[in-house]
Ligand binder design. Structure first.
Ligand SMILES: C[S@@+](CC[C@H](N)C(=O)[O-])C[C@H]1O[C@@H](n2cnc3c(N)ncnc32)[C@H](O)[C@@H]1O
Length: 273
């Protein structure tokens, strides 16, 4: 699919972006991207013994207290495949559903789950449409950095809120939108040269030639949502924010200057928190 086809019809663009990004993420699995590498057998065994950690952002482990009681909790790993957090949370005692747009990423979770007999169910689908799940289906939504791959993040928050029980929790990781102002491939002084107007969109901010090059490289399409959509969007969906932290990343010059990732713990009011 080329840029022309992607931009052809406004109404078809969610479908087109998702179709393109499905191929792109399947391709990243083949190329061994770090977010497609499943956990080891030792990590699963340790999680069974109570020793585990998972991330929502590149480096900092999520504080254990953010999870509440994990034994028997129904967890939705939202756009969180890759054989990483899903199997660990299941080994720690949760009943896990992993929903993701990439069959190859989901296959990672299936492989680890089969090998270890873990309670992990996989669903191929879009994070912005959880209509297959009735209201109140989950106790916890675990959403690692991935909403940069959709054009509109507000439906993601609304759907996450709907599928949680009252008193349920959403743990989310996302990008600080400022990072999208810079050219990720630039180095030296250029790394800190402001390049793009925010909010950033791979479809709207790049020149047609640059977009063509980007898509030819097989990289996913990304969108840099405003903090108003990321944080205000959670609040408008009905969540109450409980905690947050910022995180950095290794091997990325920009991250030496500011922490480009944010994680939030949000609560759905009601029930037992
Ligand atoms: C960086 S990976 C996140 C998973 C990883 N385990 C982690 O810790 O970050 C981003 C994931 O988002 C998924 N994704 C992208 N667009 C999606 C969409 N519209 N709906 C569901 N999943 C999507 C990709 O297939 C990919 O598995």
């Amino acid at each position: 699919m080329g840029p022309g086809q992607l931009l052809e019809q406004e109404s078809a663009s969610v479908k087109n972006v998702s179709a393109y990004n499905r191929q792109a993420w399947d391709g990243l699995v083949g190329r061994g991207n770090q977010w497609t590498l499943p956990v080891t057998d030792d990590q699963v065994d340790a999680a069974r013994r109570g020793s585990w950690e998972v991330v929502l952002t590149p480096l900092k482990p999520v504080p254990r207290g953010w999870f509440g009681e994990l034994a028997g909790a129904r967890i939705l790993c939202l756009a969180g495949a890759g054989g990483q957090q899903g199997p660990i949370l299941a080994a720690a005692g949760a009943k896990v559903t992993v929903l993701d747009n990439s069959p190859a990423q989901l296959a990672r979770d299936e492989q680890v789950a089969r090998r270890h007999g873990l309670d992990v169910r996989t669903e191929l689908g879009l994070m912005q449409d959880l209509s297959r799940f009735p209201d109140g289906s989950f106790d916890l939504v675990f959403h690692p950095v991935s909403n940069c791959f959709v054009q509109d993040v507000l439906p993601v928050w609304r759907e996450a809120f709907r599928v949680l029980v009252p008193g349920g929790r959403m743990l989310a990781g996302f990008c600080n939108p400022v990072l999208f102002g810079f050219d990720p491939n630039a180095t030296g002084e250029q790394a800190l040269t402001w390049k793009y107007r925010l909010p950033y969109s791979d479809l709207g901010s790049r020149s047609p030639q640059d977009l063509e090059r980007h898509m030819a490289s097989g990289e996913p399409l990304e969108f840099g949502h405003s903090l108003e959509d990321q944080i205000g969007g959670q609040l408008r969906a009905g969540f109450v924010l409980g905690q947050m932290f910022e995180d950095t990343a290794m091997d990325w010059e920009l991250a030496e200057y500011f922490p480009p990732f944010i994680a939030t713990l949000a609560l759905k009011p009601g029930g037992k928190v």
